[in-house]
Write a protein that binds this ligand. Structure first.
Ligand code: NDP
Length: 235
């Protein structure tokens, strides 16, 4: 059983579908876009559940309900994320806290309720979708880069705790992937400032990140933990 946060759109939707294809029973979480979630469910047959991953109590109660109803969750993909970009001199506390709460605090909120069960069963796969901008920083994204760099620290520390219990914890750092998040960037910024810096010469596809998740989630990837898998077209 795999749970994918933000699993109904963009990269998360590709991850949900790829895991289903591999034979996982997948639950795709989302925040509020019911229309997209219902369409995703109708198209794929994948179960969707709405709650806010920045809310610890909501994560705990929903995960408990899913485990009671369906069974133990062995694979967690922390994918949900948002941007609230602004140059730092214009960044508000709301910009800062929304991004930290959704992109970083969610890792605690989702992982903590599942951790004891994974430890007891001596198996778990935790995969966190960080970002190239957590590795290198990005103008206008002090909040996002801080959260995404935080993801990597979380993974490295927790990997050490999970290792003796068969739980692997890894990060994937996508470069620019053609989802709504990136297509929301103004066209001239995309064409003049982003694409010329991608050696492969194009945006990545959500499915290219989903393949990384399938690889790390596999039973055969047990020796890979605390790692950062970079998929960014050579950047
Ligand atoms: P999208 O904006 O396309 O999709 C985001 C998904 O996350 C949606 O399903 C959304 O739900 C969900 N979500 C957002 N906030 C919450 C919340 N508080 N609780 C639960 N679910 C939430 O994003 P992408 O597919 O582009 O990005 C996915 C991940 O990959 C993010 O972590 C992002 O930072 C990271 N990433 C993306 C890159 C890119 O180029 N696109 C590059 C590097 C990293 P709803 O549909 O209800 O809004």
């Amino acid at each position: 059983i795999a749970i994918v946060t933000g699993g109904t759109r963009g990269i998360g939707a590709a991850i949900s579908k790829a895991l289903k294809q591999e034979g996982y029973r997948v639950i795709a979480n989302y925040a509020g876009n019911d229309e997209a979630a219902h369409k995703f469910k109708a198209d794929t047959g994948i179960d969707v559940r709405k709650w806010d991953v920045s809310d610890y109590a909501a994560c705990e109660s929903n995960l408990k309900a899913i485990e009671n109803e369906i069974g133990p969750i062995d694979t967690l993909v922390n994918n949900a994320g948002i941007t609230r970009d602004a140059m730092f001199h214009k960044m508000t506390p709301e910009h800062w806290y929304q991004v930290i709460n959704t992109n970083l605090n969610s890792l605690f909120n989702m992982t903590r309720p599942l951790w004891d069960g994974m430890r007891a069963r001596n198996f778990g796969r935790i995969i966190c979708i960080s970002s190239i901008n957590g590795q290198k920083g990005q103008m206008g994204q002090a909040n996002y880069s801080a959260a995404k760099a935080g993801d990597i620290g979380f993974v490295k520390a927790l990997a050490q705790e999970g290792a003796a219990k068969g739980i692997t914890v890894n990060a994937i750092c996508p470069g620019y992937i053609g989802t709504e998040m990136v297509l929301a960037v103004p066209k001239d910024v995309l064409e003049k400032r982003i694409l010329p810096h991608i050696p492969v010469g194009r945006l990545g596809e959500p499915e290219e990140i989903a393949r990384c998740v399938v690889f790390l989630a596999s039973d055969q990837s047990g020796f890979i933990t605390g790692a950062t898998l970079t998929a960014n077209g050579g950047q």
